[in-house]
Design a protein around this ligand. Structure first.
Ligand code: T6T
Length: 333
């Protein structure tokens, strides 16, 4: 539901009565705009969403939007996120929820219910269904998806890794959950990218449910079973951190190249130490800031919000990791 500032309503009413627009009552209404309240519901407690929160806070302060940040889920998935979403919405007075849905399917019903109660939704980082909110479907009610082009990122990671490996060898992927839009697109993009290299092959994918310890154990076991693996892709913070620990523990640093996704301080330090070979940095603060901005324009200017807003990404390598220009892309706790 679009909100029209009180001042505009007063002016329209005054005009309809033929009153001079800036006399008496209308003048008193200056500055009495209705306050907007936005809520942020992250996917899990990790540096990616902490950084997104910073971008959200900064933009909300700048625009004078009230901000509620929900509790951070301690694990990934609808079981943890839906009760937090519902508790947040129950506080009342929320105009817009910015949420990273932890499942393409399971978040449709709870979010649709809130939308039917008059709350607008922007999905940040992840989306519902296939993410196409322009068609008329059961999941097309959000105003927009604002997040990375994960498929393209996956293709680019594959190209970088192929180059580092002389375009040959066996690869392994460690990722979180199959029903999450972000990481599944990274896996699909990576596999697609590798098909351009006939001497390379992805021999396995494991799902760690966003648990770093599990990522570490799965990678260790994959490396033991397949000693000819030469490259590994960890698709997010906990996957990548688990993957590189496994390679270090197996004593294979350097022999197995590691492509990682998400620029945490841990992964950037590992890159500096030569324990990781590539880090893709998303732009979480920018994603958050854009979500607040588009929500604000929707309510105050009647703006048509684009269905998809896609900020870019950057690559850290050992060559550029110390460049002053790159430091702003490192996530902060
Ligand atoms: O990679 C990010 C995010 O984009 C993804 O959807 C879930 O995992 C992270 O939060 C990193 O842990």
């Amino acid at each position: 539901m679009k909100k029209i500032p009180v001042l505009v309503l007063v002016l329209l009413f005054a005009a309809s009565l033929g009153l001079p627009l800036f006399a008496g009552g209308a003048q008193e209404a200056v500055g009495e705009e209705e306050e907007l309240t936005f809520a942020f519901v992250p996917g899990i407690a990790d540096p990616f969403y902490f950084t997104m929160e910073r971008g959200i806070r900064q933009k909300a302060d700048e625009l004078g939007v009230n901000l509620i940040v929900s509790e951070y889920p301690k694990s990934w998935g609808p079981e943890a996120q839906v009760p937090i979403l519902e508790a947040t919405a129950a506080r009342g007075g929320i105009d817009l929820i910015m949420i990273a849905p932890t499942s393409v399917d399971a978040l449709i019903a709870p979010l649709k219910k809130l939308h039917e109660q008059g709350i607008e939704i922007i999905t940040v980082d992840t989306f519902l269904g296939d993410g196409d909110y322009s068609k008329d479907t059961e999941y097309s009610f959000p105003l927009a998806y604002i997040g990375t082009d994960n498929h393209l990122g996956g293709v680019r990671v594959a190209e970088h890794l192929a180059e580092m490996l002389g375009e040959k060898g066996k690869l392994y992927i460690n990722t979180t959950n199959p029903d999450v839009s972000s990481v599944s697109a990274r896996v699909a993009g990576f596999k697609e990218g590798i098909t351009n290299f006939p001497n390379m092959e992805v021999i396995g994918v494991d799902y760690n449910l966003d648990v770093q310890q599990k990522a570490m154990e799965q990678t260790l076991s994959a490396l033991q079973k397949n000693p000819d693996i030469v490259g590994v892709f960890g698709t997010n913070v906990f996957s990548a951190q688990g993957v590189y620990q496994a390679v270090v523990n197996a004593g294979l640093t350097g022999a197995v190249k590691i492509a990682s996704w998400d620029a945490t301080e841990t992964l950037i330090n590992a890159l500096k130490e030569g324990q990781v070979d590539l880090v893709l940095a998303q732009k979480p603060a920018e994603i958050g800031s854009m979500a607040v901005d588009w929500g604000y324009k929707f309510f105050t200017e009647n703006a048509d919000v684009p269905n998809k807003v896609i900020p870019g990404f950057e690559f850290f390598t050992k060559e550029n990791v110390n460049d002053p220009d790159m430091q702003k892309f490192i996530y902060k706790k």
